[in-house]
Write a new protein. Structure first.
Lengths: 221, 221
């Protein structure tokens, strides 16, 4: 059975799936780069893969294709249980999923390209206004997560204990995005420490948006 | 052990948790109404409960409080397994979670009060522009879900087979919201049929935003 990943270098949701696959020791047999900047997600060929026309999508052997990064992460964790991406206790899983959803539900969807396009093209906002919008929602999520990490004894080397979980995968995608958007992260030292710890792991570092085969050469490092 | 739910009548994420609790035969021993229109979510007392200052939050016996509706739904399904809110197979669970996340990640967070407030107060949009924004993202999610429901043999009486799942809970919250915003739902007959089927169930009907103790009297029915 072969795994095909539909993604894009700068898609933060694709970044999450890449990290999870790396942690599980999986490598996609095929990767399709869907250029979000060129609007390739709206092509009929991709719409047939994922009707929502967003990234990522994952084909695990047989169709149908799996969609939505959080659903894909849970699927990968069920199908390839080691190492686990969720704690062993129900309350721990709830905390990890809650932290992950602060990013995946309440922050990232507000600064994706389709939303920035709407702000620019439909609402005629200038670059400074679009940046202020992105920073506003990015910082709101950072404040919530920072407070959680500071106030809970479950916080360890990573968001929850000393092994990376879905929460770290999502927080890493968010902090990397915040850095690309040049958000001031100095008010969030615990979150930054956790993500820097994550990025020491090869599974996270190798999945970084600036290190993909489709990353533009002037940005890759 | 007692369960305390922090919610608000018109919070769609609280609506989801209410449905799940009803399906599981659970009743909160205590409900705290946090008035989002009056900004009670920003009070220090609620910030101490949920640092993200959003609804819902759930206290299951001992602290810490559980947060983020999707994490709470997964927790309830783990702790009270019957009836299950997820299918028994990994691919089925991925489809259900994917459909749920189309709403919970990519639609609902774009039309919540805090975002509408930003559009009105920071960006000085008028009512028609704010409505157009909400309708744009509401319809995008409806189109994606409608295509999934139309094209997959797993679709049954509900989104996935003949028992309600997380996907139905999220789709119901979205369709009820779309109706409150007066979105034209005629292009999405399969989704509407599924939600109308859900609302025949007492667990969904009783959880409806317009039927809560804190629903304003002129709206409740």
């Amino acid at each position: 059975m072969s795994i095909k990943l539909f993604g894009f270098w700068r898609s933060m949701a694709t970044f999450r799936v890449r990290i999870a696959m790396n942690l599980k020791g999986l490598k996609p047999d095929e990767e399709a780069s869907i250029d979000l900047m060129k609007g390739q997600q709206f092509a009929d060929t991709y719409k047939a893969v994922n009707p929502q026309m967003v990234l990522p999508a994952l084909l695990d052997g047989e169709p149908p294709v799996l969609f939505q990064s959080m659903a894909i992460l849970e699927y990968l964790d069920e199908r390839f249980p080691k190492p686990p991406l969720l704690p062993s206790d129900a309350r721990g899983r709830a905390r990890v999923r809650g932290l992950a959803q602060i990013v995946a539900s309440d922050a990232h969807p507000l600064y994706v390209p389709r939303v920035r396009n709407y702000l620019q093209k439909e609402l005629k906002l200038d670059e400074a206004q679009v940046n202020a919008w992105c920073h506003h929602w990015q910082a709101a999520a950072m404040r919530a997560i920072e407070t959680h990490l500071a106030g809970d004894k479950e916080t360890g080397l990573y968001c929850h204990g000393d092994a990376p979980t879905l929460a770290d995968i999502c927080l890493a995608s968010h902090v990397v995005a915040c850095r690309l958007f040049k958000l001031d992260l100095s008010p969030f030292p615990r979150s930054v420490r956790v993500v820097d710890e994550c990025l020491k792991l090869e599974a996270f570092a190798r999945a970084h948006p600036l290190k993909q085969p489709d990353t533009p050469k002037d940005l890759s490092h």
